[in-house]
Design a protein around this ligand. Structure first.
Ligand code: APR
Length: 383
């Protein structure tokens, strides 16, 4: 068995694990990242793509935003489609200049991996059979196999950043965690298309046939979504049917046109809210999707993951510098305050924009009145 010693063992090279490894490195704390997929795989996995101001500010501070600044698309507002009309929510004007940046998660992952490796950081890809032990001791261990060889990473802390399907959460003894969960009665069918976006800003449309979203990835690649039934299969949705539905739901009365193009990728994502409490057990700290999932409507998942690891890195740094565990002890509580606020926002925004399968025409009028009010009232829009 090959044994390695480090200070922090990080499981998962998604945004949470990678950003954590960067912040710790800057504080002079040694960490090893273990990832079960290949570098190629994580760098090409199409996921989220909206970075909030706080996330971009952190990447700026750490000198990790050069390509994001050059290639990311900065948006100062979003558009709401309702009853064939478009309304603009001027995000920056309403929030003292804050903006959102559209930059694919896989691009961010590429930047974070390259910078970490260039800085001499350790990221082990393609590890198998990851298992945790000694979480209640001062020196927990992560066992895994790499290229058929048995390995063990001994550390002071384990950061479980291995997403919703990872192993970290399941290593906590039964009965310790409380799970809060909600499944929504709709899903998103998303396409990535090789066509210039037909809009400069994201369009969120509420339509009697269901929700649609026109997002952007680059000047030549568009990302579009439609609300579908959670039981829908990709086979039911050939490209021409997807475009037809997008045309209907995003269409306006004033002759705006949606340009179609070749579909590069197509997938269906169920809407799911999930939170575990607490986000910590012994020396294991969970962050990002390993601890919580939000429906994608508010585009909060990636930003929440970054917010978690920022707090975690600060707490760990404090522990090494002063020996004080107070911030580590409060990690879960502080993260969960934000997580629940974001769950509230994301489920509210989902309800506002989607057509629920069991809604009647009365519900539909109420929801449209609520959305219309947000579009027309500055105070509502700011809130
Ligand atoms: N061992 C090692 N790595 C693992 C294991 C395992 N057993 N299981 C999963 N992983 C890896 C995954 O391959 C992935 O690279 O952990 C990483 C988790 O990354 P994400 O799922 O992207 O989660 P996170 O870093 O928390 O980022 C949050 O997820 O909500 C979505 O797209 C949204 O941007 C958001 C992101």
């Amino acid at each position: 068995m090959s044994v390695t010693n480090t200070q922090v063992g990080i499981i998962g090279a998604g945004p949470a694990g990678l950003v954590l490894s960067h912040i710790l490195a800057r504080a002079g704390i040694d960490a090893v990242v273990l990832e079960d997929r290949s570098r190629e795989h994580v760098e090409h996995r199409v996921r989220a793509g909206v970075l909030e101001q706080g996330t971009v500010d952190l990447l700026d501070e750490m000198g990790l935003s050069a390509r994001l600044r050059a290639e990311g698309l900065v948006h100062h507002g979003i558009l709401i489609g309702l009853d064939g009309r478009r309304y603009r929510i001027p995000l920056s004007d309403l929030t003292g200049g804050r903006a959102i940046t559209v930059y694919g998660q896989q691009e961010l992952v590429k930047d974070l991996v390259a910078a970490r490796l260039a800085g001499g950081g350790a990221i082990e890809f393609e590890v198998q059979e990851v298992g945790l032990s000694g979480l209640d001791t001062k020196r927990p261990a992560i066992r895994y196999r790499k290229g058929g060889r048995a390995c063990e990473l001994r550390c002071d802390f384990v950061a479980g950043c291995d997403g919703f399907h990872g192993v970290s959460r399941g290593s906590i003894a039964p009965g310790v965690l409380r799970v809060y969960e909600r499944r929504y009665p709709f899903a998103w069918l998303g396409i990535l298309a090789a066509v210039a976006p037909s809009t400069d800003e994201l369009i969120y449309a509420r339509h009697e046939r269901g929700f649609a979203l026109h997002s952007l990835r680059s000047p030549t690649v568009s990302r579009l979504y439609i609300q579908v039934d959670p039981s829908a299969a990709l086979a039911d949705w050939p490209d021409n049917r997807v475009w037809q539905e997008l045309q209907l739901r995003l269409g306006t009365n004033d002759g705006w046109t949606l340009t179609e193009g070749p579909v590069l990728e197509k997938s269906i994502a169920l809407h799911h809210s999930f939170v575990i409490e607490p986000m910590q057990h012994g020396r294991l700290f969970l962050a990002g999707d390993a601890a919580h999932i939000v429906p994608p409507t508010g585009a909060k998942g990636l930003n929440l993951a970054v917010a978690d690891v920022r707090l975690l890195a600060r707490a760990i740094t404090r522990w090494y510098r002063t020996g004080q565990a107070e911030e580590l002890e409060r990690y879960s509580e502080r993260c969960l305050n934000r997580v629940w606020r974001v769950q509230e926002f994301s489920s509210w925004m989902s309800g506002l924009l989607h057509r629920l399968p069991d809604s009647d025409p009365f519900d539909d009028r109420i929801a449209r009145a609520r959305l219309g009010w947000i579009c027309r009232s500055e105070a509502e829009a700011r809130s």
